[in-house]
Design a protein around this ligand. Structure first.
Ligand code: FAD
Ligand code: NAI
Length: 473
């Protein structure tokens, strides 16, 4: 029997769900959130946050190889302790996840610990260890997120075959690792493990890793990763994994026939699938889905009235910041403040070193869509701050339309994931190259590279000679 009533109930406390809860509470709603596993969801527990903590350690270690030049002498090679690194990562995760619990409390959101099941009448049943609680809600927001997709392939459930849920607490650095899949997870984790001392091979079935990334940017990253000794094999579809001589042998079909690769560990990173646990009743009652993902309209409402869906559960970018924005929009709609989700400007960060970040169209997509575009890049080697911090690899690339509008921007280099916000804001605000050019950028900063790229596109960069600028054009 329903014992309590809420204005808004949210299933799942990832970056989609917990942000929706806060926004709904700010709108004056009585809010419940149900979480079955961990506050903060994938992102805070096994995704964005632990990966960035471990990547920070890995990048620090990587940078130590050039520290002598700065006048600092350390024992070479420096001693790395995986247990301490994991303890640091755990501390970061704990701090962030308890922060979410504090935010729920501070916003008077009732947290239910257990698996939430929902029906079309918006009754929510919470199950934990055989105990059941039930409540009703005027509106429900489904924020169930996603889990690693594990293909049915021989050997995939074997010992030392990991995925992004299970790779964070290794007792020591693997000697060698095969990443199956050269998407964002495979590439970020390859960078991480290589810097921690692992011999890494990436097996990707497509002709390119990071297929959606701008070609020029991708090519540079692949070159840099190759120089570090990461073996990237493309056109290699992984078919099975077997144990041989104490190693994992990964069998592939490639354009050159069958080929196998061996390593101590395998990391499966072949995409994620929506987590539909607890949605069985809704499915039976006609919840509209497309290849497992819940379908929504521009207001993020499903075909069942009063039931919204957000984040990795729906089609979209598969990014935490998008899930959070969807959470705000769904909560606005659920509390009587009509809002539409706008996907025109979605920044994409990739935490390799050097970092990659992009917004808008790639050069290839822009050329296909528009007849008149200008494309220009500006190298970090000509920016004082980048030289001062010893991070001169890479460039900023802008794609400008006929009216001086930004069609796309791509950065490979230091702090790219922070810097991309300037271009995102410019695109969202429909600014043109003129506004960026007329904005004084502080010196010495990396942000100067963003303005210089625009100046280069306009044909008058300051910090590269005219001949070099013309050649780049
Ligand atoms: P999730 O974070 O998956 O949260 C869903 C929550 O719902 C989970 O806690 C789950 O337990 C709970 N749940 C599910 N069903 C029920 C139920 N029936 N009852 C109760 N609770 C339920 N994105 C970025 O933007 N930047 C990054 O740097 C980044 N790095 C990543 C690194 C890795 C290794 C991975 C795997 C992902 C990364 N992502 C990153 C993607 C990001 O984690 C997801 O896009 C984001 O977590 C999606 O948020 P969400 O709220 O939709 O779902
Ligand atoms: P993905 O879809 O980005 O990449 C998976 C790759 O695996 C593809 O390139 C695919 O061709 C390849 N593949 C599939 N089956 C294969 C096989 N049998 N053999 C060889 N290759 C195979 O998925 P990924 O990397 O798992 O990431 C999932 C999502 O997580 C991303 O799309 C992204 O949304 C999110 N994420 C975001 C991050 C960020 O924003 N920095 C970081 C990590 C994840």
């Amino acid at each position: 029997m329903t014992s309590t009533h809420y204005d808004v109930a949210i299933i799942g406390a990832g970056p989609g769900g917990y942000v929706a809860a806060i926004r709904a509470a700010q709108r004056g709603a009585k809010v419940a959130i149900v979480e079955k596993q961990y506050m903060g969801g994938t992102c805070l527990n096994v995704g964005c946050i632990p990966s960035k903590a471990m990547l920070h350690i890995a990048e620090t270690l990587h940078n130590l190889s050039s520290i002598e030049e700065l006048g600092i002498t350390l024992p070479q090679p420096p001693v790395f302790n995986m247990n301490k690194a994991v303890a640091f990562k755990d501390k970061v995760v704990k701090r962030m996840t308890s922060g979410v619990s504090t935010l729920m409390k501070g916003n008077n959101v009732d947290v239910f610990d257990g698996l939430g099941s929902v029906d079309a009448s918006r009754t929510v049943t919470v199950t934990k260890d055989g105990n059941t609680q039930q409540f009703s809600a005027d509106k429900v927001i489904l924020a169930n997120g996603s889990v690693p997709f594990i293909p049915s392939m021989p050997g995939v459930d074997g010992d030392k075959v990991m995925n992004s849920d299970t790779c964070w607490n290794l007792p020591k650095t693997p000697e060698s690792l095969i990443c199956v899949g050269g998407g964002v997870i495979g590439i970020e984790l390859a960078c991480m493990f290589e810097a921690l001392g692992t011999k890494v091979t990436i097996l990707e079935m497509l002709p390119n890793v990071l297929a959606p990334v701008d070609e020029e940017v991708r090519k540079l990253l692949v070159r840099i990763m190759g120089k570090r000794g990461i073996n990237i094999v493309t056109n290699a579809k992984v078919e099975s994994i077997v144990d041989e001589n104490g190693l994992k042998k990964v069998q592939t079909t490639t354009d050159k026939g069958e080929q196998s690769f061996s390593a101590e560990y395998v990391l499966m990173a072949v995409s994620r699938r929506p987590n539909t646990s607890g949605l069985e009743q809704l499915m039976e009652q006609g919840l509209d889905t497309d290849r497992g993902r819940v379908r929504v309209n521009d207001n993020l409402e499903t075909n069942l009235p009063g039931i919204y869906a957000i984040g990795d559960l729906i089609h979209g970018a598969g990014l935490a910041h998008v899930a959070s924005m969807e959470g705000e929009i769904a909560a606005d709609n659920a509390t009587g403040h009509p809002a539409i989700m706008n996907y025109d400007v979605v920044p994409n960060p990739i935490y390799t070193f050097p970092e990659i970040a992009s917004v808008g169209l790639t050069e290839a997509a822009a050329r296909e869509k528009y007849s008149e575009i200008r494309v220009e890049r500006f190298p970090w080697s000509a920016i004082g701050k980048a030289v001062a911090i010893g991070e001169t690899e890479g460039f900023t690339k802008v794609i400008i339309g006929k009216y001086g509008e930004f069609l796309g921007a791509h950065i490979i280099g230091p702090d790219a994931t922070n810097l991309i916000t300037e271009y995102s804001l410019a695109m969202r605000g429909e600014l043109t190259v003129d506004e960026v050019e007329e904005t004084i950028h502080p010196h010495p900063t990396l942000s100067e590279g963003l303005r210089e790229a625009v100046l280069a596109a306009e044909g008058h960069p300051i910090h590269i000679p005219p001949r070099q600028a013309a050649r780049a054009r």
